[in-house]
Design a protein around this ligand. Structure first.
Ligand code: 5AD
Ligand code: SF4
Length: 446
């Protein structure tokens, strides 16, 4: 009888792609995707621990399965992802949720199939979280569901130890994949007709430092030797390592999107120092200038945090000023979350919740105003959308432009996977609506 899986993912793009790998492993074992969680033979939680709310969310959802597991004891429940990789987390999970069958970590995701076999042969739970990092994998095992977009890991882990961040503890030190394996994967995806590739790493600028044979911008240049039309994106860049080599690769390769995600975190030099970010606000803005000198139309997005320990109103004002000066087209905003085991968790001067809330509201207001301003600039203009889906509720196709703006439009025929020129007739918040104003590339050529 056909067996089914269900995967719930928390956290970032990295995790979404790792869930594609988990799906690949399960499919190789004969599982197909279930239509609903209750119908699955195995439920996998791919967790995230970067902020407390993501963690609480996962704990809540795992706990909610107790009843279902009682009714369906043969159903397997597996918990993986970076939450399990924290010191003591696997034991805590087992204690809180004794009905969980398998606990695995980010370092041994690739052996999930073997853990399932082990569990099927025993009544006891299988808990296997590797402390030591696994090798950076060489070949792709993903089951992809995001056509025409595809994510490709180029490296794992992080060496930066920003004082608030749990990632280096749970994902280990930087390990770059071999450039040949990355090129094989990217070329294979382009051969299959994927139109947008996003290269993933915690700090893509230091790609290859542990290997010494290929830098990140060389990798971009290699990929862009392909002559067909496609988009190449990457995330995330750390400002401290962002420089001229990469800026030139963005400027010189048409396929590399003119959009850079460059997390700034804060605008106060005192806070940046406490965060161990290794740049000042002035240095950050100089990098932005460098980028805009080479790529005048480039858009910039960022991550910003408020309420870091000891942050004063003056520090927060410095963040607001930087947001205005850097002219971000949009920003992801976060309230600092105390992560046990990090340096910042032990700092004096943790900020009360109501102060954090007040600051995040003011920050979001500013960011939204800037985002709306950018969107308003689209009205009456044309932009190129890569169509990625059909919104059944609205009866419209949708996709993103080079700068990440979502655009909706009507079409009589399926446009998924096509580049479409859109004349923007309406702007709503951060998304656009418009009419196809020109034939697609494919039609022009045909
Ligand atoms: N609290 C709040 N936000 C955090 N981030 C990382 N760690 C924390 C934390 N402890 C944010 C940073 C990072 C993004 C991926 O998540 O802004 O760039
Ligand atoms: Fe965390 Fe800093 Fe590494 Fe990003 S660069 S993953 S914020 S430690």
């Amino acid at each position: 009888m056909q067996k089914h899986y269900w995967i719930t993912t928390y956290g970032c793009q990295m995790n979404v792609h790792e869930s594609e790998k988990i799906a690949g492993i399960l499919r190789a074992r004969g599982y197909a995707q279930a239509d609903a969680e209750e119908e699955a033979d195995i439920i996998v939680f791919n967790t995230c621990c970067i902020r407390e709310n993501a963690e609480n969310h996962a704990y809540g959802n795992i706990g909610a399965l107790k009843k279902l597991k009682k009714a369906k004891p043969e159903m397997l429940i597996a918990v993986g992802g970076c939450m399990t990789q924290q010191a003591g987390a696997a034991e805590k999970l087992r204690k809180k949720f004794p009905f969980v069958d398998i606990v695995f970590g980010t370092h041994n995701l690739s052996v999930l199939g073997e853990l399932i076999d082990r569990k099927l042969g025993t009544k006891k739970a299988v808990v296997d979280v590797w402390e030591k990092e696994g090798e950076a994998d060489t070949e792709d095992i993903s089951f992809r569901t995001s056509y025409p977009n595809a994510w490709v890991n180029i490296m794992y882990g992080c060496n930066n130890f920003c004082s608030y961040c749990i990632v280096p503890y749970v994902r280990g030190r930087e390990r770059s994949r071999e450039s040949g394996a990355i090129l094989r994967e990217v070329n294979g995806l382009l051969d299959q007709g994927y139109k947008e590739i996003t290269l993933l790493g915690q700090n893509v600028n230091s790609y290859g430092n542990d290997r010494g044979d290929c830098t990140f911008w060389q990798l971009l240049n290699e990929i862009c030797k392909r002559k067909e039309k496609f988009r190449l994106r990457f995330m995330t860049s750390n400002p401290k390592d962002f420089g001229e080599g990469l800026v030139r690769a963005i400027a010189e390769n048409d396929q590399v999107c003119d959009l850079v995600h460059l997390p700034v975190q804060a605008g106060s030099d005192r806070i940046l120092k406490l965060m161990n970010r290794k740049y000042t606000a002035k240095e950050y803005l100089e990098k932005v200038e460098l980028l805009r000198k080479y790529v005048p139309d480039c858009r910039l997005t960022t991550d910003i945090m408020v309420g870091f320990p000891t942050e004063t109103e003056e520090d927060f004002q410095a963040t607001l000023s930087l947001v205005k000066e850097a002219r971000f087209s949009t920003a992801f905003t976060f309230v600092y979350s105390r992560r046990s085991g990090t340096v910042a968790a032990g700092m004096e001067g943790q900020i009360p919740e109501e102060v954090q809330k007040d600051r995040i509201m003011r920050l979001v207001e500013l960011v939204n105003a800037q985002t709306r301003e950018f969107s308003a600039g689209y009205l009456g203009k044309t932009t190129e959308i890569l169509c990625e889906d059909f919104d059944k509720k609205r009866g419209l196709y949708l996709g993103r432009d080079e700068y990440g703006r979502m655009g909706y439009f009507a079409s009589e025929r399926d446009r998924i996977g096509e580049f479409v020129r859109l004349k923007v007739t309406k702007v709503a918040g951060i998304s656009l609506e418009g009419e196809i104003c020109e034939d697609t590339e494919e039609e022009k050529e045909g």
